[in-house]
Design a protein around this ligand. Structure first.
Ligand code: LLP
Length: 427
């Protein structure tokens, strides 16, 4: 579905527009989001899971009003994890019942707003929250649909900072020591809550389905325990997000269809073994939907060939628009996209303009030896967790997000200005 081509002259076209023109019109650095690609991915996920399951796009990967509208139109639901994300979702017209509200430390205000907006579910993350949400719902004369997030004790094979289901971390309520069963006990007793299911998210950028398998098995075991103890079959399970995408040619992601099939089979098998009705499944992919849909366009400023080592190619952005390389040792690829070059490839490191030697965008890349100031470089697969984790470090101005489609480009999140920065500085 990706609408990227390279012309004879080496200039890359995306969504029907040449990157050289995009750079002129919108400046660099900038994120370009291929709307058709994003929508196609939404549909692929929705179709793969079908009408008896729910796909929640994880807004933390990237959220804006336009994205919310696309999701709404494509029939997806939305996972938000802060008042800010909730505000964006509601402002752009996502029906509240299609929103799931997450977070390990939701504020009183956030809970009140989520409940009064009528969000479809709140995912409870602690014992305190079970009581807090129940009180808020009761005070508002409502019964809030909730899930309980459990920690299934899986070591997901991913970076430590983005793995979330091993026991020693802040999310969820532990399964192994009976805490999760106790949480269910308490939630079932509270009038303000309608417990609809159990939630488990095991981590991010995962390729191996084995972790999901263990997670699903343990969640189903909890459902069976709940049935035995309370005589209730909870109708839903959410297996979280975390499906990996290809950042480099070495990554081999699965298709939504195969993921859906695998998850359905696992859940069906476990439920059969436990003699449970198969619950409605939901998932929360963020990266897998938006990640591949965008790339970042940078302009080269300076070049330093360190002989015998590598060439440092500095671009006009860096860790303020993509923190993932510095934070997770993430791997990206990069390409010269503004012209053709037949020069020999040399080992290069694409770095930013920040005052920090860890300010690396692409650690190891082969770029043509004649890459020069003024050239445009594109880093693909930056749709997820780049703009959403962007910062103003060194008072950098956060880049715009430009949606491209059918030869047309429009800004959906504008570039920050120095005025924006100074507006907050009221001292
Ligand atoms: N559901 C829950 C409860 C989550 O915590 C997350 C991600 C997702 C869904 C979506 O995961 P995805 O499908 O996008 O992998 N900033 C990091 C990743 C941290 C994600 C945190 N939670 C990164 O840049 O890789």
């Amino acid at each position: 579905s990706r609408t990227v081509h390279r012309g004879e002259d080496g200039v890359v076209t995306v969504g029907g527009m040449e990157v050289t023109r995009l750079a002129e019109e919108f400046g660099t650095p900038a994120y370009f989001l291929d709307e058709a690609d994003f929508r196609a991915r939404c549909r692929a996920w929705a179709d793969a899971f079908g009408p008896d399951a729910d796909v929640f796009y994880a807004g933390k990967a990237f959220l804006s009003r336009a994205v919310v509208r696309w999701l709404t139109e494509e029939g997806l639901n939305l996972d938000v994890c802060s008042g800010g994300e909730l505000a964006t979702a509601l402002d752009a017209g996502m029906p509240a019942e299609r929103i799931a509200f997450h977070g390990n430390n939701k504020s009183q205000e956030e809970i009140e707003r989520a409940v009064s907006a009528g969000v479809g579910r709140i995912v409870l993350d602690s014992f305190q929250e079970i009581v807090r949400v129940a009180h808020v719902a009761q005070a508002q004369g409502r019964r809030q649909r909730v899930q309980i997030r459990v920690t299934v004790g899986v070591e997901a094979h991913t970076h430590e900072f983005i793995a979330t289901a091993h026991e020693d971390q802040k999310f969820g309520i532990g399964l192994a020591d009976g805490q999760a069963a106790e949480a269910v006990r308490r939630a079932l007793k509270l009038d303000g809550l309608e417990l609809i299911g159990i939630h488990s998210h095991i981590g991010s950028q995962i390729f191996d389905m084995a972790g999901f398998e263990v997670s699903a098995r343990r969640v189903v075991q909890l459902l069976a325990q709940v049935r035995d103890e309370h005589g209730v079959e909870l109708p839903e399970i959410d297996l979280g997000g975390g499906l990996g995408i290809a950042y480099t040619s070495e990554d081999d992601p699965k298709e939504p269809h195969d993921i859906a099939k695998a998850l359905r089979e696992i859940v069906a098998r476990e439920c059969e073994a436990a003699k449970l009705r198969t619950p409605r499944i939901s998932v929360e992919p963020g990266r897998a939907i938006v990640g591949p849909s965008a790339f970042t366009l940078y302009r080269v400023g300076t070049i330093k060939p360190l002989h015998g080592l590598r060439t440092y190619v500095s671009v006009d952005g860096g860790m303020s628009d993509n923190i993932r390389t510095a934070l997770y040792d993430a791997e990206y690829s990069v390409a010269l996209v503004s012209r053709r070059s037949d020069a020999a490839p040399v080992l290069s490191r694409v770095v930013g303009k920040h005052c920090e030697s860890g300010d690396i965008v692409v650690k190891d890349a082969f770029l043509p030896a004649d890459v020069a100031p003024g050239d445009l470089l594109a880093v693909p697969a930056t749709g997820a967790y780049c703009r959403s984790m962007a910062s103003n470090y060194n008072h950098a101005l956060r880049p715009p997000v430009v949606a491209v489609k059918n030869g047309r480009a429009r800004v959906i999140v504008r570039r920050e200005t120095e005025e924006d920065l100074l507006r907050l500085d009221v001292g």
